[in-house]
Design a protein around this ligand. Structure first.
Ligand code: HEC
Length: 247
């Protein structure tokens, strides 16, 4: 085959996901493990307490959470359900969408699939990147989603941080602002490490919510590999048996 054609075909199948996120600020690696049941349980609790007030998870049912997170239905009812839902309901929001779009300028989106549309690293970095900006109606801005209409809901835990920017002139001679980093201006109730863990747990939970089947797939994958291993040994013994008299 023509070498150039081969190269083009190869380039066509190289995953483009690395470039898909776009939008400026470099992302930190979330590095989550959805098989970590304890992290999923903590993440679910953080989510219900801090996020479900605005963001539904339309595709997640409470009873499914019980199964997947290793909890009893009673534990789910007591710890994760506050507003009189039933165990077979999906995780919806009590606030009417019309009200929230008036309050925030945008209806907070359903987050069932956000880990797949935005990616885990994006959400992780987004949640850490709110900074004080008095010019905004919420008093906060975000380096990952500039002009975000979401308030800095975890400010009590994280504390307040300032973003440091500086002016830079690019090759064409045009000035633009470059983001340098954050500086904590008032400490939160959590240490930066503890806050990081909390965010990671929330991202773990959202990753699970985006694809609950991935837990099952991982467990199944291990079984399939074990089966193949046993099957290989059997097939090998069988082959030796059949061919032993053939010279
Ligand atoms: C007070 C309401 C409110 C709360 C509470 C809230 N958010 Fe938001 N969130 C919003 C709004 C409004 C937006 C839309 C922002 C925009 O597009 O400008 C948003 C956007 C987002 C997005 C980006 C979605 C996308 O793809 O554009 C993510 C991710 C997110 N929120 C995660 C969370 C998490 C996790 C929590 C809990 C720690 C949380 N939010 C709590 C109001 C809220």
């Amino acid at each position: 085959m023509d070498k150039r054609l081969l190269l083009m075909m190869l380039l066509a199948v190289v995953p483009a996901s690395g470039f898909a996120a776009g939008g400026g600020a470099p992302l930190d690696s979330a590095n989550v493990n959805v098989a970590d049941t304890a992290a999923l349980q903590r993440g679910a609790a953080y989510y219900v307490n801090n996020c479900l007030g605005c963001h539904s998870l339309e595709y997640v049912r409470y009873n499914r959470l019980a199964d997947d997170l290793g909890l009893t239905e009673d534990q789910v009812t007591e710890n994760l359900m506050y507003t009189g839902e039933r165990i077979h309901d999906t995780m919806t929001v009590a606030m009417p969408a019309d009200d929230s779009s008036v309050w925030f300028g945008r209806t907070p989106p359903d987050l069932s699939l956000v880990a797949r549309s935005r990616g885990e690293d994006w959400i992780y970095t987004f949640l850490k990147s709110f900074y004080v900006d008095p010019s905004k109606p919420t008093g906060a801005n975000n380096t990952v989603l500039v002009g975000a209409s979401m308030p800095h809901v975890l400010w009590e835990q994280q504390g307040l941080q300032r973003a440091i920017f500086h002016e830079e002139i690019d090759e064409a001679g045009n000035p633009h602002t470059e983001f340098e980093g954050f500086e904590l201006v008032s400490a939160g109730s959590m240490s930066p490490e503890a806050f990081d863990r909390m965010i990671r747990d929330i991202v773990t939970f959202l990753s699970y919510a985006g694809e609950p089947m991935q837990l099952e797939r991982q467990r199944l994958g291990v079984k399939v590999l074990l089966f193949l291993l046993v099957f290989f040994v059997l097939a090998f013994l069988l082959k030796k048996e059949i061919w032993k008299d053939v010279k």
